[in-house]
Design a protein around this ligand. Structure first.
Ligand SMILES: [Zn+2]
Ligand SMILES: [Zn+2]
Length: 273
């Protein structure tokens, strides 16, 4: 089965393909299930205040209903959200979630408070250039996830290790073993709260060449007792739909997972790998 639970459409600021076109293409490719998880980054990264343009509920709902109609009987569709900074702007996050019957909410840390997305940080320049600065930033990045866990509005944590992509682009490679204690504690709290993680395959399509979280961190999650794990391509266009899903399934099995998770109305269901 190819189930992709992290896909962006024209409802995201950084994607252009309408949901209907993404859904039709996925049906043609023979995907079994697709979950749209368009961006909703609540905090304007420069002001730290609520960004009113981050989410268009009416458009999301009407695009989804059009897409569902076009692939009826051919492909199962789910409506999710990739929520950023929900734990910093809790009331706004609750308001958004209350207005849509989401299947899955991915909680993603794309930036530190009032700072740009890690994507936009130049790790070849000050103040991020040195390994020490990157180590400090990565520790702050992990810290944000503890804040997220304290707030219940998510089902899985998205692409754990996100800044590593952009550090690697600048030739900086962090050794993650020095963060294992933090990750172990994070996973313990995450599992206690009944939430999980995703395996994000976008890195396989890029120079990064790996999934996120990296295999060592996935292993740590498994050893901590983690069972809830979704898989998503993070596709922003048709050509990326469903890519890397089978590789991620194989990797999970090799690490010792027996199931992957599919969310419907925010309830997990487990499928054999
Ligand atoms: Zn993301
Ligand atoms: Zn995404």
């Amino acid at each position: 089965m190819v189930i992709d639970q992290h896909v962006h459409s024209a409802c995201s600021i950084d994607a252009d393909t309408p949901m209907k076109d993404m859904a039709l293409a996925a049906a043609d490719m023979g995907l079994d299930l697709l979950c749209f998880t368009d961006h909703c980054d609540l905090e304007h990264h420069l002001t730290g205040l609520f960004d009113p343009g981050c989410f268009d509920r009416d458009r999301l709902i009407s695009d989804f209903s059009r897409a569902s109609e076009s692939v009826k009987g051919k492909l199962r569709l789910r409506l999710g959200l990739e929520l950023g900074a929900g734990w910093r702007l809790k009331d706004k996050a609750a308001e958004i979630a209350a207005g849509c019957d989401f299947d899955l909410i991915i909680g993603s840390v794309h930036n530190l408070p009032s700072q740009p997305d890690f994507y936009f940080l130049d790790f070849e320049k000050e103040p991020y250039r040195t390994p020490e600065a990157c180590k400090k930033l990565f520790r702050q990045y992990i810290g944000e996830h503890f804040e997220m866990i304290g707030h219940s509005l998510f089902d899985v944590i998205g692409h754990i290790g996100y800044p590593l992509r952009y550090m690697k682009r600048a030739g900086i490679k962090l050794s993650l073993s020095e963060y294992y204690d933090e990750f172990s504690l994070l996973f313990r709290k995450l599992i206690e709260s009944g939430k999980g993680i995703e395996v994000n395959t976008a890195g396989l399509r890029k120079d990064f060449g790996q999934v996120l979280p990296l295999p060592g961190i996935l292993k740590l999650y498994r050893q901590s007792g983690g069972e809830i794990v979704t898989i998503g391509s993070d596709a922003h266009d048709i050509s990326s739909l469903g890519t890397g899903i089978r590789e991620a399934q194989d990797l999970l099995e090799k690490i010792g997972f027996r199931y992957f998770t599919v969310f419907t109305k925010r309830k997990p269901e487990f499928f054999k790998l």
